[in-house]
Ligand binder design. Sequence first.
Ligand SMILES: Nc1ncnc2c1ncn2[C@@H]1O[C@H](COP(=O)(O)OP(=O)(O)OP(=O)(O)O)[C@@H](O)[C@H]1O
Ligand SMILES: [Mg+2]
Length: 293
Amino acid sequence: MTPDLMDEGARRAGAHRQAQSRAAGQTASGGRDAGFSRLHTPGEVDVTHGRILYLEGVNVSFDGFKAINNLSLDIAPGELRCIIGPNGAGKTTLMDIITGKTRPDSGTVFFGSTIDLLRYREADIARMGIGRKFQKPTVFERLSVFENLELALKAHKGVAASLRFRLDSAQRDRLAEVLQTIHLGAELRRPAGTLSHGQKQWLEIGMLLVQEPRLLLLDEPVAGMTDRETERTAELFLALKGRHSLMVVEHDMGFVQAIADIVTVLCDGSVLAQGTLPQVQADERVIEVYLGR
Ligand SMILES: Nc1ncnc2c1ncn2[C@@H]1O[C@H](COP(=O)(O)OP(=O)(O)OP(=O)(O)O)[C@@H](O)[C@H]1O
Ligand SMILES: [Mg+2]
């Protein structure tokens, strides 16, 4: 994504939203998005309205089955949001929509207040600063931990750049910092294939972190981890929030309890409840559909 393209995207997104607002006779978010004309640095996500991610009225059907049903949700910069809900609730589909893998039939999806994500392809969205971690680790098993991170950094710079690309000192510092963050500082020369499942997951998170994402989407990150690995992953996520915004889908309630600020409960493709974990745990409807009695 070049700054020019970002600029153009932001301009078109602004025009699009203004047209929508005019049509509706009001702003979609109750007047929170007052100033599209406000300048922000090109290439940066505009979070001056307090949201890094904003979805409103999103619908997705697969062969007539409504997987996402009038879903609205927003996330603040630096927030760590947990998404829970029964199998088939639409959690993974939500991530598919944000990352451009699935196109909604209708609705609004914005990154910051100016970037209309529905106008971009998957690769562009990743380059804009939305990193996604799928459930299964996909590291290069024969390469070392360090080489995996180096490759992720180069890939982010683009193919042409990677051919002539040597790490500068700032980038080497960033790799060293990420290695510490993901607890793999002592393993940097090990082939990734010899790491434990949990360590591979951390390495893959590290491969996203070297690209400095603003928003990280993590789908069931602790599935298959040992208790100790799960604890360390909770520490890792708590260390990441603030600097990054995180959306974490998990079924492991112990893990959710360790990291959660606000929890969103998804059911049948919409938000069923939202609040602190004790609040949603006490909600009768949530107990009914998900947590059990
Ligand atoms: N590409 C697709 N084609 C058809 N149906 C789909 C597709 N993707 C998802 N679905 C359906 O949409 C619904 C939501 O699926 P999704 O994978 O988002 O659920 P989830 O909340 O992630 O569930 P889980 O907790 O089991 O991972 C399911 O009923 C699923 O079968
Ligand atoms: Mg899923």
